[in-house]
Write a protein that binds this ligand. Structure first.
Ligand SMILES: [Zn+2]
Ligand SMILES: [Zn+2]
Ligand SMILES: [Zn+2]
Length: 165
């Protein structure tokens, strides 16, 4: 794991969601709380930055194969407990969505070591409104991630490379 929790800059996401609240939300969506689902939720709530299938699989250790991780992430995404992010390296990353938050935010990603910083800033709503008016669109949304080289990589203190080899 190359994203220590200390790097996380999202104050409200620093609060770990209790596991029983997460499993309650799953039940409310009429989804069974299976062993793998509970284990995946537990791994995600302990990690404050997005994790790939393989990160989650590695954190779970034995007893849960990659296909099971993949299938259950899909279920969790479908009921809105987990959000998928594409950080441009071909590996989808997953994060928990808090109940009071729609999960909308952005990331700053180091292209050398895959460090992910959570970004709170977003466009002012007027920007989407003007796009909607100009092009006669409704319900505009956006996805956006930022890329760069982190200070450690820039200083040559590179950490191990991206997890997705
Ligand atoms: Zn870096
Ligand atoms: Zn995030
Ligand atoms: Zn945004």
């Amino acid at each position: 794991m190359n994203n220590p929790c200390g790097q996380h800059q999202h104050p409200h996401r620093l609060i770990q969601q209790p596991l029983d609240e997460l499993t309650d939300r799953l039940r409310r969506h009429s989804r069974r709380v299976t062993g793998p689902r509970q284990a995946i939720l537990d791994v995600l709530r302990r990690h404050q930055t997005p994790m790939s299938n393989r990160d989650i699989h590695a954190a779970l250790g034995q007893g849960c194969d990659l296909a099971t991780v993949y299938r259950n992430l899909h279920t969790l995404e479908g009921v809105g407990l987990v959000r998928r992010f594409d950080l441009g390296d071909g590996a989808a990353r997953f994060e928990l969505v808090t109940p009071e938050d729609d999960g909308h935010h952005h990331h700053l990603v180091c292209t050398r070591c895959s460090l992910v910083v959570e970004i709170d800033d977003c466009f002012p709503p007027e920007f989407e409104q003007s796009l909607a008016q100009r092009h006669r669109f409704a319900r505009i949304s956006h996805r956006l991630e930022f890329f760069g080289v982190c200070s450690r990589c820039e200083a040559g203190e590179s950490r191990p490379g991206p997890v997705e080899a």
